[in-house]
Write a protein that binds this ligand. Structure first.
Ligand SMILES: *Cc1c(COP(=O)(O)O)cnc(C)c1O
Length: 369
């Protein structure tokens, strides 16, 4: 279908950057520089600088970033990891594949882990906490660091949706022992397929992650552990290096669009995400998620109007019966899943498109005040 306002517009992004992208891609192909070459190194260096961390390690997806973190931390059978059910499944599969057990705590109104509930979920078996910075908004990391320190737990940040987001001026991915990022096409910074990276300030963990992503090879001669093939492609890194220059501008544009939505939708019977100027938080709006009592009707109404809206997390992850996960008391999560709707938001979106989305949402709620 031809959307008036698509959910995101990758063809338009390509069109805008076509000359630069084709030049970078042609260079990589002409050189034959495909595996762990200079574009990967350049990407890792500039991303580390951007995040304010010592090390960035490119890998082949956000999922693998999470999985290699769990490996590097040597999570094992019987270990427990405190996290949330309001996320993408990869957050949990990283834990499950190590034989460890995810313990799911409820979320709060901003869609992130409710930190009041974390201490109760901690047992003698708890090894780590995985906060998910959903929709480009960080968890309250000062409080979470205190809890982790008190119980001697490691923090793995699932920052897949939070590149460039900050809490008290500090970047997502720079609080925990490791941060896990995705550059999947649906994320704020995206490549031409799958890709991801890890961030850390810990030299030893960085070394371990570098080994794990590349078959345990040290300097191409020694094999020092059994690893994986989880490298970020050099071609993808070259694409990312082109797009990276625009990231601050793209984030600013997402925040401006979020501010437009926030102002125009404020009086409707909707719950809006926190506005972009809210205090300690610098949110990047990887998604703009509104809540109402009319989830399905709203999504289909917008669809008929040519506006592509989505329900991204239709139910808590542990409600997918086939996965065999236990139940947890997560009433807020359950309620929110029945209310959420992600509106289109992407840097190339025009003011006119945003106004059109707003007009459609207003029309939907006209007889529902
Ligand atoms: C996208 C995403 C991932 C996984 O990233 P991929 O690159 O798609 O593997 C993990 N966690 C969250 C919260 C995500 O949004």
């Amino acid at each position: 279908m031809d959307w008036k306002v698509p959910y995101i517009d990758l063809p338009l992004q390509f069109d805008n950057l076509k000359d630069e992208l084709l030049e970078a891609m042609t260079r990589v192909m002409a050189e034959g520089s495909f595996i762990l070459r200079q574009d990967v190194t350049a990407f890792e260096e500039q991303m580390a600088h951007f995040l304010g961390v010592k090390h960035v390690i490119g890998v082949n997806s956000g999922t693998d970033a999470l999985y290699l973190s769990a490996k590097a931390l040597e999570l094992k059978e019987g270990d427990e990891v405190v996290t949330v059910a309001h996320s993408f499944i990869a957050t949990l599969s990283a834990v499950i594949h190590q034989g460890a057990k995810p313990i799911l705590v409820d979320i709060q109104e901003d869609f992130n882990m409710n930190l009041e509930l974390v201490e109760n979920a901690i047992t003698e078996k708890t090894k780590a906490i995985i906060p998910v910075h959903l929709n480009g908004r960080l968890c309250q990391m000062d409080r979470l660091l205190e809890i982790a320190a008190k119980y001697n737990l490691t923090i793995i940040e699932d920052a897949a949706q939070a590149l460039g987001a900050k809490f008290k001026g500090q970047a997502a991915g720079s609080f925990g022992l490791v941060g896990c990022f995705s550059v999947h096409p649906m994320k704020t910074l995206n490549c031409g397929g799958d890709g991801g990276f890890l961030s850390t300030n810990d030299d030893q963990i960085a070394e371990k992650l570098r080994l794990l992503r590349d078959h345990g090879q040290q300097k191409k001669t020694d094999l020092v552990c059994f690893g994986y093939n989880s490298r970020l492609d050099n071609l993808q890194a070259a694409i990312l290096n082109v797009k990276f220059k625009y990231l601050p501008k793209w984030i600013a544009r997402r925040r401006a669009l979020a501010a437009m939505y926030a102002e125009a939708l404020a009086d409707l019977p909707l719950t809006l995400p926190p506005a972009p100027s809210a205090g300690d938080y610098f949110d990047t709006f990887n998604s703009y998620v509104i809540r109402s009592a009319y989830q399905k009707e709203l999504v289909s109404f917008l669809g008929e109007k040519g506006v592509c809206a989505f329900v991204h997390i239709g139910k808590p992850l542990n409600h997918h019966k086939a996965l065999g996960l236990p139940s947890f008391s997560i009433p807020v999560n359950e309620k929110i899943c029945g209310e959420i709707c992600s509106l289109p938001i992407y840097p190339e979106m025009t003011d006119e498109q945003a106004q059109y989305v707003i007009a459609c949402v207003q029309e939907f709620f006209k007889d529902k005040q």
